[in-house]
Every structure is written in structure tokens, then in C-alpha cells.
Design a protein around this ligand. Structure first.
Ligand code: HEC
Length: 217
């Protein structure tokens, strides 16, 4: 009996001590909170652009040493190699520093790019949009996707290349983001191939050369 009472008393004492030290969490108080591990809250560290007399230029932020090169591989654009820095148009689809999309694909559009684009489109886009881009992919047929955009809609045909790149990168509605799945040049290759698909739907006999038109007749 005495043992049980002692255990209960010791338990109550430990409970009271814990409660007294930590208090009721979430309660309003004018007193500073008790810090069990103050180093977790307050660390000796440098924030960017803070004054810091220890370094020669007097601030915490330092320029990278001369000759430092970007870590990633440059992307070959039509205008030459570009490092895919965060705000580079080839990386975002936006004209740097604006909310305007770039009008034209920054990569050189040639047969190799279109071939790559077709390959990636068939893998990453056709399950929903269909191989022709009309929005009738397998996911619609089996009923997991109710409405998928028809990529031949006038609205999408008239979109700047950068906007389509942005949709592919970040997704939209039920369409997931392909940015984490496809490297940047592949996403531009898909945009180029999508343009070829759209052109194939919009083509008329007026686009034919005189010889081709004659051969058709
Ligand atoms: C999981 C199915 C799915 C996949 C995969 C998919 N899409 Fe989509 N996509 C959709 C749906 C659904 C919409 C309609 C989104 C909305 O308007 O809410 C859409 C819309 C779009 C649009 C129109 C966006 C707009 O602004 O209206 C474009 C362009 C597009 N997709 C291109 C692509 C390309 C290119 C790929 C391949 C890289 C792709 N999609 C892969 C389902 C998909």
C-alpha cells in the first residue's frame, strides 16, 4: 500500500515539475517563453547581405571566386549556348523580368528536334491528349480523364510558345507538371513538335507548291 502511494506521489511530483517548467503551450503571455534548447532558436549564423566586419567588403554575402562557372550544362539555343539560370527565358518561357511569354521557341527547330519532340510527346502527352493532340487519349477512353484539352483549339494554336512551355513545365488543372520529369530541352522539343501537329491540321492546299498542287490533281 505504502509503495503504491509513494509511486503515485512521485508521479504527481514529476508531472507538476514538467507542467511548471513547460507551462501550457499556446497560452498568451507577456513573459518570454521558457527555452529548453535556446541554441535551436538563436543560432550564430550569417543571413544574406548582413553587415559583417570580419570580411573585407563588410557584408556577409560574397561574390563567387573569379572563374567560377555554372554547375549545369549550357542549353544549345538558336542564339548560342545559354546556361539555364533561374530567370533565363529558356528556363521559364518568360521574357526575363516581365510577365510576357516568349513568342518563339529559343531552340533551333530542325528535324532532329522535331523527332525528339515526337518521341517525348508520344510518351508524356499522348496518354491524355492522343497521338494527334486532339484530346482523345487512352485516359479518356478508359474514363480516368473526363475532359482533356484539344491542342488544336484556336486558343492554344495562338498561344505563344513560352506559354505552352510553361503549361508543360508546371501543369494545369488535372494535367500534372512535366518539369520534374523532362529536361528543359525536351520540353521545348515537345513544344516544337506540337506546332508541327497543329500545322498538319491547319494546312490547306494553298500551302502546297505549284508542283505539289499539280501532282495532287
Ligand atoms: C494526365 C493527363 C495529361 C497529360 C499527361 C498531359 N496533359 Fe495537357 N492537359 C490535360 C488536361 C486535363 C488539360 C486541361 C487543363 C485545364 O484547362 O484545366 C490539359 C491542357 C493542356 C494545354 C492547354 C493549357 C491551357 O492553357 O489551356 C496544353 C498546351 C497541354 N495540355 C499540353 C500538354 C503537353 C505538351 C503534354 C506533354 C508534355 C501534356 N499536355 C500532358 C491533361 C494532360
Amino acid at each position: 500500500m505504502r509503495v503504491i502511494i509513494s509511486i503515485l506521489l512521485i508521479g504527481a511530483a514529476i508531472g507538476a515539475a514538467t507542467f511548471g517548467m513547460l507551462g501550457l503551450q499556446g497560452r498568451m503571455s507577456r513573459k518570454p517563453p521558457f527555452e529548453l534548447f535556446p541554441d535551436m532558436d538563436r543560432q550564430a549564423k550569417l543571413r544574406p547581405q548582413e553587415p559583417f566586419s570580419f570580411l573585407a567588403n563588410g557584408v556577409s554575402s560574397q561574390l563567387p571566386p573569379a572563374g567560377t562557372i555554372a554547375r549545369s550544362e549550357p542549353i544549345q539555343t538558336a542564339g548560342g549556348p545559354v546556361y539555364p539560370f533561374e530567370n533565363a527565358p529558356v528556363n521559364t518561357g518568360y521574357v526575363t523580368g516581365t510577365t510576357n511569354f516568349v513568342g518563339l521557341n529559343p531552340l533551333t527547330v530542325n528535324a532532329a528536334l522535331l523527332e525528339r519532340g515526337r518521341d517525348r510527346f508520344d510518351i508524356y502527352c499522348s496518354p491524355c491528349h492522343g497521338k494527334t493532340g486532339d484530346g482523345n487519349g487512352i485516359t479518356k477512353k478508359i474514363g480516368v480523364m473526363a475532359a482533356v484539352a484539344n491542342l488544336h483549339d484556336k486558343r492554344i494554336v495562338e498561344m505563344p510558345d513560352g506559354e505552352i512551355f510553361n503549361t508543360v513545365t508546371h501543369g494545369k488543372g488535372l494535367m500534372g507538371a512535366a518539369g520534374p520529369l523532362m529536361p528543359t530541352p525536351d520540353r521545348w522539343a515537345v513544344v516544337a513538335y506540337l506546332r508541327a501537329l497543329q500545322l498538319s491540321w491547319l494546312g490547306t492546299t494553298n500551302d502546297l507548291t505549284a508542283e505539289q498542287a499539280a501532282a495532287l490533281k
